[in-house]
Design a binder for this molecule. Sequence first.
Ligand code: UDP
Length: 444
Amino acid sequence: MEYRQERCRRVVLVPLPFQGHITPMLYLGTILHSKGFHITIAHTQFNFPNPLNYPHFDFLKLYDGICEQNISAHNFIAVISGFNTNCKGHLRDSLARIMEKVDQHNKIACIIYDEYMHFAEEVANYLRIPSIILSTSSAAKTLSYLAYPRLQNDGYIPCQDSMMLELVPGLEPLRFKDLTITYFRNWDDLLQHIAKALDRRSSSAMIWNSMDCLEQSTLKKIQQEYQLPLFPIGPLNKTVPAISISLLKEDQSCIPWLDKQSHNSVIYISLGSCASMDNKDLVEMAWGLSNSEQPFLWVVRMDSTELPEGFQEAVGDRGCIVKWAPQKQVLVHTAVGGFWSHCGWNSTIESISEGVPLICQPYYGDQRVNARYLTQVWGVGLEWESDMNRGEIEGAIRRLMVGKEGELIRQRAKDLKEKIESSMKQGGSSYNSMNDLVDLILSF
Ligand code: UDP
């Protein structure tokens, strides 16, 4: 990254404290720092990063009032509401104190906040500071959320079982089964939560970890809705030098193992930081991998004693199992030829920006939307829709890694990677968006 002159302005970043949200926000902070801004990360106590790992940032710890044991994917909405209620006063008072000591270095240019941490926008308004939203997911997901009131008015929500495979009017190629709301029993709560996250009352712009070559038409529709400048500046994982933003310790032992495997031969399996297979599916996956005869690198976050008896002996050196992988390094490795993924947005962007084709096994949230785009729009993935069954798992791996179909998908992934690389070069769309974003912040 090029270094420009000292800007002597401070930008305050407010991430949602989960791995898939912290990572893009800290990448963004690193880029803005390289452009000369001072950066303050205002972070909840929960998952608070070790400041020693980020000497280029200042940190502000926000009292969040959340009991760590109560945090799970099942009560996501309650936890986010808690952050929004509990952190507001502390952020407001801390920033007000910083602003009292106004000198060149402490002048706050703006607050950039995760779309779910909307209390930061209220704080910005109170302190009369501009604010900008960072969306850490796909534009396609946001477009689907924007359609919910219309779908509710037209009687499609709550979704009927008989409709699941039908295309959603206005959101093709998404089917009703791909919508986040389909899987929520308390869909009324979800609608309220989404309405808050989508309400762009007063922010000045939105930043996306996405690219025009991926989502230009979707971004255009969102812009029509919001009438705000949008800055698709992705892929952030490629713009930032090799820094690790992992909450868990990365097991580096898989890299020398990858070095011993041949080009494009390894299938990498990881379901991100939240989703996980139940025990029955884990056993089927183990035997599917074993029978596929492909080398594999598998992230098993739970205790690997859950793996079936005889499996490790059956696969020997052909398999490498870790609790948490250095995923960026894995996907860039030439031995990796495929990614069995839950299709979280970061994993999606990291995979396609390295030209690695996927087997898409989405679980919840935006993952189904991403999987649908990966398989139906960008054509760089195989859709996994069956129950977990060792025979089908073996078949899917072979289709992607050694079959004719896999060859076509791999070629499309390579073409997409090239387009993404062009967008990052001088004059490319992401490159220009980043410069426009810096100009906007300087204009405040
Ligand atoms: N990740 C990693 N090692 C692993 C698994 C995941 O470093 O073994 C990282 C991955 O590179 C990505 C993030 O964790 O940046 C997961 O984010 P994503 O949006 O894909 O999924 P989430 O965890 O939010 O469901």
